[in-house]
Ligand binder design. Structure first.
Ligand code: KIV
Length: 277
């Protein structure tokens, strides 16, 4: 790190985003930007860009570890990713997914998992998938003073129950359960809810009917949006669902850079006279 960079980092005064600020943003109609990150270097770039929330998602299981689903990632692994992100995030609120198996057993187990995340990573809140069925756990975690973000609609930890990653809550029965679950999570005291892959009309309706911020992914206009960083940067070349807007094609750019490096090494053009001591 150069001397100039060090001075700049020290002098930069940044105000941390809080759950209260997010609520104020919803109240005044300002949209909330949320993105995933799983490591220090990426999180530093995301934070410096002005992201409101960084989600240390259990999608790390897919994009960082190469698993087919989010189920295998462990609490220890989530804490490792979360601590790296927290060290980088100066402004963003850092929210961490409670991974599969760390909260479904009972509310005591759920509280212990949430406490471990907060204590060992320094994160600012946790996210949990599910509605009324996890109400007791959500409530117990909130009672301990830990901010909770809900997650409804397509909940990837239940993928083997759903069978596919297609749009949820298209039928009225499931749509009504989602409305009820959103109200329940709000009543319990959650500070926000992620709605994943549901019809835009339903997500907009829920955004209007609940007071807390609704963050959508594949859910049309809500109070905010979230994407998986590897998807929006085009690192996963073969994942292009309809809801995704790709802001870069890093697969192509990185692949090109690696090929150029290989060529330079093999041809002995790297290192040149100026690139050595
Ligand atoms: O794990 C994750 O990245 C998520 C987002 C898709 C919301 O839960």
């Amino acid at each position: 790190m150069s001397k100039t960079h060090l001075t700049m980092s020290v002098n930069k005064e940044v105000k941390r985003i809080t759950t209260h600020i997010l609520q104020e943003m919803k109240n005044r109609g300002e949209k909330i930007a949320m993105l995933t990150a799983y490591d220090y270097s990426m999180a530093a770039i995301v934070d410096d860009a002005g992201m409101d929330i960084i989600l240390v998602g259990d999608s790390a299981s897919n994009v960082m570890a190469g698993h087919e689903t989010t189920l295998p990632i462990t609490l220890d692994q989530m804490i490792y990713h979360a601590s790296s992100v927290v060290r980088a995030a100066k402004r963003a609120l850092v929210v961490v997914d409670l991974p599969f198996g760390s909260y479904q057993g009972n509310s005591k187990e759920a509280l212990n998992s949430a406490i471990r995340i907060m204590k060992e990573s320094g994160a600012h809140g946790v996210k949990m998938e599910g509605g009324v069925e996890i109400a007791e756990s959500v409530s117990r975690i909130l009672t301990a003073g830990i901010p909770v973000m809900g997650h409804l609609g397509l909940t990837p930890q239940s993928i083997y129950k759903f069978g596919t990653y297609t749009v949820r809550a298209k039928e009225e029965i499931e749509a009504q359960k989602l409305r009820d679950d959103a109200l329940k999570l709000q009543e319990l005291g959650c500070f926000a809810i992620v709605l994943e892959k549901i019809p835009a009309k339903l997500a907009t309706e829920v955004s209007k009917s609940v007071q807390i911020p609704i963050i959508g992914i594949g859910a049309g206009q809500c109070d905010g949006q979230v994407l998986v960083i590897h998807d929006m940067l085009g690192i996963n070349n073969d994942f292009k669902p309809r809801f995704l807007r790709q802001y870069a094609n890093l697969y192509e750019q990185m692949n090109g850079a690696f090929k150029n490096y290989i060529t330079d090494v093999k041809s002995k053009s790297f290192p040149n006279d100026k690139e050595q001591y």
